[in-house]
Structure formats: structure tokens, C-alpha cells
Design a protein around this ligand. Structure first.
Ligand code: F6R
Length: 259
């Protein structure tokens, strides 16, 4: 596991965007796993800038989003489909036929979830999965106690996650209780994972994920088993890491071939 501590959120976003851009350049027909949430806003803005100013090309890429609220249609302003259109899809030249999100309106949840897993497999698997982390250690919406062997399915959000996400909904609107989310095992099958965490509110979850025991109580800790996983943190999110100085030293002194 590689842990990179950056000075501030803008540097973290730029580094994460750089990793996605490098993936797109190395394999233009790559499959990207995408996340939503505040952490992603700066990353997608930087990708959009690179598309506009540096001709970063998304035209042959395929994308799969991690999750969607159950009961919200893609046109709903608080849906993750809407978030993705605003922050990325309408800003770059992705082919709409190769954009995939869980369908929060499906009448057949198990059937749709099985289909989503099959679609990922048929696309050749995810080359790079971008992740955020919840204050309770969730990745995707695999809340604490999620099976580390889980696949795409319906999950119930914890009160903490619903409170955290409240800010994206207009006053009076309830945050949905349920989501469709890729499972922990689905995420673990990505060839590369890049998790980004910003701010002191994430420090305890980052500590548990990176340095705690591997446990379903912190689903992000499963990434300790991932052969190619990078955590990109700002100083505040790295604030509780016992080995922070070691991670800084290791990053500064990484061999030339790793740069
Ligand atoms: C959403 C997702 C979640 C978020 C997490 C952090 O697609 O995968 O795991 O990444 O809830 O959200 P923010 O960035 O809003 O703190």
C-alpha cells in the first residue's frame, strides 16, 4: 500500500487527476471506476481542465460509477448521475454509450446488480478505481459490517452517512435510506485503486483503514489486501497516522522507476 501525503486539498486533487490522466494515456480504452462526493469535485475539475487545455482524451474510455441512491432517477438533481454530469460527463468527451451507473429506479434490484457485475466483467474489468472514504470507513457505500466478499447490491446507509450527505439535499428533502453500491469484493478486483481523503473529519477513518486491523467494521481496511492501492491524503486527513513520517520519507526516496 502506498500512502502519499500532500500539503493541501488542491495538491491531492491534482495528484489524483494525474493518476487518472496517466491511466488514460497509457491505455485510451481503459475502464475507470468513478466515485462521487465532495472529495471528487476538485479531481474532476482538474480532469476537465486537462481535457480543455491539454486535450486529455476520454473518447475510448468506459466508466462505471460505484453507487446511486435507490429511488432517485438519473434526472433528479441530487442523484449521483446528476453529480457526474455536472462535474465530469458534460465537461469531457466520454462516449455516453460507455458510461455506466447503477440504476436507482430499477424494479429488479438483484437482477440489475447481477447485470452490473456482468457488465464490468464484459468490459474487461476495472483498470483504475477512484475511491473516497466515509467518516465511518465506508468505500462505495459499503458501510461498517459490510462483507469484505460483497458484490454489487442494495445497502442501507448509516445515520452518520445520511447526516453527512444531508448538505447535498434541499431543506425538507430526505436523504434516501438505501443505495445500490459495488461491493467490497467488486472494488478489490480493480487492477488499481486510488483512494483520496481530505480534511480532519476523515483522519480517524484513514487511520483505521491504513493502520488498523483488516475488519468489516472499516470496509476501507480491506484495501490493505490490494496489491496496487494508493492513498492520497492531505495533511489534515493524515493527521492521525502513526507512520506519517515514514510514508513521507518513503515517497520522497522512492526509486526512479516508481516515479
Ligand atoms: C460516493 C462514494 C462514497 C464517498 C464518501 C466520501 O460515490 O463512493 O464512498 O466517496 O462518502 O464522500 P465525500 O467526498 O463527500 O466526503
Amino acid at each position: 500500500m502506498e500512502v502519499i501525503i500532500t500539503p493541501d486539498p488542491a495538491s491531492a486533487a491534482s495528484l489524483a487527476a494525474g493518476q487518472l490522466a496517466a491511466q488514460l494515456q497509457a491505455k485510451p480504452s481503459c475502464v475507470l471506476g468513478l466515485a462521487t462526493g465532495n472529495t471528487m469535485v476538485g479531481i474532476y475539475a482538474e480532469l476537465a481542465r486537462r481535457h480543455r487545455q491539454e486535450q486529455l482524451d476520454f473518447s475510448r474510455a468506459t466508466t462505471f460509477n460505484l453507487d446511486e441512491y435507490v429511488g432517485l432517477a438519473p434526472g433528479h438533481p441530487c442523484s449521483y448521475a446528476s453529480f457526474m454530469r455536472t462535474h465530469l460527463f458534460d465537461q469531457v468527451n466520454l462516449d455516453p454509450r460507455r458510461i455506466n451507473l447503477p440504476d436507482g429506479m430499477t424494479a429488479d434490484v438483484p437482477g440489475f446488480c447481477a447485470h452490473y457485475e456482468q457488465a464490468i466483467e464484459a468490459a474487461g474489468g476495472i483498470d483504475l478505481q477512484l475511491l473516497g472514504i466515509g467518516r465511518d470507513g465506508h468505500i462505495g457505500f459499503n458501510e461498517p459490517s459490510s462483507s469484505l466478499g460483497s458484490r454489487t447490491r442494495i445497502k442501507t446507509l448509516t445515520p452518520l452517512t445520511r447526516t453527512s450527505n444531508r448538505r447535498h439535499f434541499p431543506p425538507g428533502d430526505d436523504v434516501p435510506m438505501h443505495v445500490l453500491t459495488m461491493g467490497v469484493a467488486t472494488i478489490m478486483e480493480a487492477r488499481r485503486c486510488v483512494l483520496v481523503a481530505l480534511g480532519a473529519a476523515k483522519a480517524a477513518a484513514v487511520k483505521a483503514a491504513v493502520e488498523g486491523p483488516v475488519s468489516a467494521m472499516c470496509p476501507a481496511s480491506a484495501l490493505q489486501w490490494h496489491p496496487r492501492c494508493t492513498f492520497i491524503l492531505d495533511e489534515a486527513a493524515a493527521g492521525e497516522l502513526a507512520l506519517a513520517d515514514y510514508y513521507r520519507f518513503a515517497h520522497e526516496h522512492r526509486p526512479a522507476w516508481q516515479r
